[in-house]
Design a protein around this ligand. Structure first.
Ligand SMILES: Nc1nc2c(ncn2[C@@H]2O[C@H](COP(=O)(O)OP(=O)(O)OP(=O)(O)O)[C@@H](O)[C@H]2O)c(=O)[nH]1
Ligand SMILES: [K+]
Ligand SMILES: [Mg+2]
Length: 369
């Protein structure tokens, strides 16, 4: 039996099974099986399979952003206006058939933008090029969900469902469960909080050769996510409490009323643009930068001006130590202190140590021993 058939068998069985206390464990097992099969479906199919061709794009630059959306929402048009790469765009669906990489140059960073074929409902089950597209999306630092503003809210819901079903978790942070294969076999189960959804018996049913420690009160679904282990918690999709959860880009706002533009723009985590009319693209880039949490730091040598041409691109939260590693592998060993100018310090310059956190556009001079 093929994977698809097995999935549909299990789905049928789940539909047949009434949901109550007595069947809870059985359903949990089925869910776990289903999740594992779906994961298999997304695995590379070997050389002969339909996986590769045109989708194996080298990672390059400081971050990778994938464009996901239904056909003809304007993904290729966006690539064309934001990068110097050309990707065919046309009014018919499935114009793009492979993965087309371009580079957005912004704040001195090179952000790789991947144009992808449109996905359709059922992509997760391998329809269209869904599997390949989703495979690429999983390699990205950020997924931009592109939507056609003229199509209302339907597209967003469908797309979210599609992504959820392949284990791309939008707007959810990773459940706090420690989970590891035990060398000697058998299950060791613990929790640091009272559990209301899961218990040892359920966990034991799902697996029996791991070490499990619940650090929070998770649902069975969340637990299975951790077990299957291939769940992605996309930063777009961001998992930090102070950041927006995920972002949708609504294109073609030139086609809708100003009231509708206003309504969509006020929805949380939504950016409205028109690729054709070049509307609001600068703001889209700002948002992108925020989501990627990139930081640019300039270096300076004693008695010289900062190197404003060659800024270093790092992640938010980076420290002087990260900067040193970025400059040279052995610099940390020779480090005495650093002078920093910019928003991360009270006085410019200020003498700081390796643990000091850098801000965007700071200047740093490293003093060696
Ligand atoms: N009115 C309007 N049309 C747009 C806009 N952006 C793109 N389009 C049009 O939408 C159509 C589809 O654009 P594409 O860039 O090919 O869309 P896609 O998402 O790459 O499509 P596939 O590769 O087929 O999935 C083209 O006819 C574009 O000219 C826009 O901002 N406004
Ligand atoms: K198209
Ligand atoms: Mg396209």
């Amino acid at each position: 039996m093929g994977i698809l058939e097995r999935i549909s068998e299990i789905e049928k069985e789940m539909a047949r099974t009434q949901k109550n206390k007595a069947t809870e464990y059985h359903l949990g097992l089925l869910k776990a099986k289903l999740a594992r099969l779906r994961a298999q479906l997304l695995e590379p199919q070997g050389k002969a399979g339909p996986k590769g061709e045109g989708f194996d794009v080298m990672k390059s630059g400081d971050a990778r952003v994938a464009l996901i959306g239904f056909p003809s929402v304007g993904k290729s048009t966006l690539l064309n206006v934001l990068t110097s790469t050309h990707s065919e765009s046309a009014s018919y669906e499935f114009t793009t058939l492979t993965c087309i990489p371009g580079v957005i140059e912004y704040n001195g960073a090179n952000i790789q933008l991947l144009d992808l074929p449109g996905i359709i409902e059922g992509a997760a089950q391998g329809k269209g090029r869904g599997r390949q597209v989703i495979g690429v999306a999983r390699t990205a630092d950020l997924v931009m969900m592109m939507l056609d503003a003229t199509k209302g809210d339907v597209q967003r819901e469908l797309l979210e469902k599609e992504l959820e079903s392949v284990g791309i978790r939008l707007n959810k942070r990773k459940p706090n469960i420690y989970f590891k294969i035990k060398k000697g076999g058998g299950l060791s189960f613990n929790s640091t909080v009272p559990l209301t959804n899961c218990n040892e018996k359920l966990v034991q049913m799902i697996l029996h050769e791991y070490k499990v420690l619940f650090r929070e009160d998770c649902t069975a679904d969340e637990f299975i996510d951790v077990v299957v282990g291939n769940r992605m918690y996309m930063p777009c999709v961001f998992d930090q409490p102070y950041s927006p959860l995920f972002e949708q880009v609504y294109n073609k706002i030139d086609q809708i009323s100003i009231e509708e533009v206003d309504r969509i723009a006020r929805q949380p985590h939504s950016v409205v643009v028109s690729c054709n009319m070049r509307l609001n693209l600068e703001y889209l880039l700002e948002v992108l930068w925020e989501y990627l949490a990139l930081v640019r730091v300039y270096t300076k040598k004693r008695g010289e001006r900062p190197d404003f041409e060659g800024g270093l691109i790092l992640r938010r939260g980076c420290t002087v130590e990260h900067v040193c590693h970025n400059i040279h592998r052995t610099l940390v060993q020779q480090f005495k202190y650093a002078l920093v100018w910019g928003r991360s310090v009270k006085y410019s310059p200020q003498r700081v140590g390796l643990n000091h956190q850098m801000c965007h556009d700071d200047v740093i001079q490293v003093i060696k021993k």
